[in-house]
Design a protein around this ligand. Structure first.
Ligand code: NAD
Ligand code: UD1
Length: 338
């Protein structure tokens, strides 16, 4: 299958590109490199031994997208392209709504024009909001998002549901990711955040190599076993394999499905710190800090639908996630810019 990856140079897109190649598919990438660079694609080519056709373009540029669909016989699209920093979305809501919604609308219009009707979308567990119970199941109604980034995911889910409803030949798979971390075991591709990371694992990785002094643990008074926040961390390679299965599913099944991609296990902030220290033999200095506004105590996925529909389940454990993160960080101290 020829599969277009919008935002395919990014963290999850680059890993998905590798797994699609391994499964015998032909990925094509479009990315404007607003949060990535071409180097990640060159590294994917090194891992897979394959040339990956790639275009530098904005997904909301209809003309550029038209050309890409004209030049390639695309069977299915995985739509990763989007801005994803929660805090930034609170400061720049218009930029987030404009970018994330425009890319989706343009993409759907161009797909419609070229008769491509299979799409897998990168949604997020953030769409659930702060649910009163765990685990999170796909049939739980959202209790509302807490920031513009989350609302863009919520709205895009609705847009894609509407497109599929209007034309039942479409196949839409809405993947709700939990907390993707880790890196490819080659150490060649991984997460390369610009500036000081906001998310836990990239922050720990930079503390581990001495680039940042210490981790602030945001709150130790949550109603969780050790008082720190609990999340469902999933290895990015497992997540990438979920996309391969989702593309196969989309090719065979018209309709619209929401599917969680998580492990079904929750780990606390201190579980992550302790595991990282143990498997990598490094010290992670930390201090307890106040809770971060907007954070919830605990979430983790009910992953049974992914197993039932896609035949997919996560295989890697927390040790793998910590080891692979550290390997990428130590081999690429300046990320892809090194
Ligand atoms: P990322 O920033 O590494 O990748 C997103 C890619 O999209 C980047 O390469 C960026 O340059 C590109 N992009 C953004 N706007 C674009 C535009 N207008 N035109 C072309 N390219 C554009 O992020 P990621 O972690 O790989 O996330 C991929 C997707 O998954 C995003 O939509 C994100 O919101 C979603 N998601 C991520 C997480 C996470 O924790 N990483 C969790 C849930 C959902
Ligand atoms: C955050 C976003 C979520 C987004 C996801 C992936 C918020 C409120 N939620 O999820 O919408 O989909 O990232 O991009 O921002 N922690 C610390 N110290 C740190 C960083 C984090 O203690 O320096 C804790 C947090 O309080 C939380 C856990 O680590 O308990 C995980 O945080 P993080 O990696 O930012 O992910 P989420 O908050 O789950």
């Amino acid at each position: 299958m020829n599969i277009l990856l919008t935002g395919g140079a990014g963290f999850i897109g680059s890993h998905t590109c590798v797994e699609l190649c391994e499964a015998g598919h032909h990925p094509i990438i479009v990315d404007n490199y607003v949060n990535s660079c071409e180097e990640s694609i060159l590294r994917v080519e090194k891992i897979t031994g394959r040339k990956i056709p790639h275009y530098q373009a904005d997904v909301s540029d209809a003309q550029a997208m038209d050309r890409i669909f004209f030049e390639n016989e695309i069977d299915c699209v995985v739509h990763f392209a989007g801005l994803k920093a929660v805090g930034e979305s609170v400061e720049q809501p218009l930029r987030y709504y404009r970018n994330n919604l425009d890319t989706t609308l343009t993409l759907c219009e161009v797909m419609k024009k070229h008769g491509v009707r299979k799409i897998v979308f990168s949604s997020s567990a953030t769409v659930y909001g702060n649910q009163p119970v765990v685990p999170y199941r796909e049939d739980m109604p959202s209790v509302g998002c807490t920031n513009p980034y989350g609302w863009t995911k919520f709205m895009i889910e609705k847009i894609l549901e509407g497109v599929q409803h209007a034309n039942p030949e479409w196949s839409v798979v809405l993947l709700r990711y939990f907390n993707p971390i880790g890196a490819h075991e080659s150490g060649l591709i991984g997460e390369d955040p610009a500036g000081i990371p906001n998310n836990l694992m990239p922050f720990i990785a930079k503390v581990a190599v001495g680039e940042l002094k210490k981790l602030s643990v945001f709150g130790n008074d949550y109603p969780t076993p050790d008082g720190t926040g609990v999340r469902d961390y999933i290895h990015v390679v497992d997540l990438a394999k979920g996309h391969v299965k989702a593309c196969d599913y989309a090719m065979e099944h018209p309709g619209c499905e929401i599917i969680n991609l998580g492990t079904g296990h929750g780990y606390s902030v201190l579980d992550i710190v302790n595991t990282f220290q143990r498997v990598n033999h490094v010290e992670i200095p930390y201090e307890i800090a106040p809770r971060r506004p907007g954070d919830i105590a605990e979430n983790y996925a009910d992953p049974t639908k992914a197993l039932k529909l896609l035949g997919w389940q996560a295989e890697k454990n927390l040790e793998d996630m910590c080891r692979d993160t550290y390997r990428f960080q130590t081999r690429n101290p300046k990320g892809y810019r090194g």
